[in-house]
Design a protein around this ligand. Sequence first.
Ligand code: MG
Length: 385
Amino acid sequence: MDTVALILAAGSGSRLGGETPKQFRLLAGQPVLRRTVSTFIRHPRVDAVRVVIGSNDDADYQRAVGDLSLLPPVVGGASRQQSGRIGLESLMEQEPRHVLIHDAARPCVPSEVIDRVLDALQDTPGAAPVLPMTDTIKRGDGRGFATDTVDRGDLWRAQTPQGFEYRQILAAHQAATDRELTDDAAVASAAGMPVRLVQGDVVNIKLTTMDDLRRAEQSFGYPEMRIGNGFDVHRFCAGDQVTLCGVAIPHTHGLSGHSDADAGWHALTDAILGALCDGDIGEHFPPGDGRWRNTDSAVFLADAAKRVAAAGGEVAHLDLTVICQAPKLAPHRQAMRERTAATLGVPVGRISVKATTTEGLGFTGRGEGIAAQATATLRFYQGLK
Ligand code: MG
């Protein structure tokens, strides 16, 4: 095997906010890791790709890239340097001639940068893409004042992928376990390996802040937006609770229906299917089909989420209005948002749940049943058929 790409994705860094490590965040509708890995899989001079993941990341990894043609992942260590060494040691069986080591958090790497690194490896054992320093570089005195201006003529900002002769960089890493070094080029230099500097690219940014994520997203162009609406009604029957957005709410009646009669999730499911132009809930889950009797409506909503993902899209926003005279929904609204978010795998901040009465008018006003209407906004970056 000539060239293997090692993608370092073991970091748990989340300066972007939220619980999800940045390599699993969505970037223009796809997980960051999937975009990064796909660039290397598609590159004609890369023979195989392996990802180094964190010890708790297997489920996220499978969701993000489980269907792609990759070497099995390996679990990294406590630092980037340890993860790099563990990744290199895991390739002893393949023993490639060259290895490219790349940060998962650089999903916009142009294939030309990969080419320049591989070209340099034809006659040198190490290569790293760099950018010149364009700003004037000041040295501070530690108290917030400038002392002198540093000559920037031979200063460079290092990017990845960095490329190496496999056996040499493996030995360099194994010899550097007693030191903390910031990148693989530093590990190589410490072992006396020459590292040629090749031209990087300004679009090859490392995602660190929310601003970086937005900048990277812009490089994929404007998404296509789709909006769908849904409406549903269920009649009250004997009982002591209703289920709305998966939340059991005590009431003087139950709701009658073939499934669990969750009018909220039925309206949301139809709104999503409407935005996809993909039929309606009754077509995918016919009431005449005994399989769906008393079904938890989470099944319908999760199915709609799967259809969105299969079409290359993501849920940008959902807005639900539940219409009834009683029960009072305000105390349950947050739980309804959270259950919906968890079922769809969408941040709760993208989901709105509202409630209204009809001032005693009409069938909801007379307390005969509950109605729900919903709007779904979906985003697609690849464009829909
Ligand atoms: Mg219904």
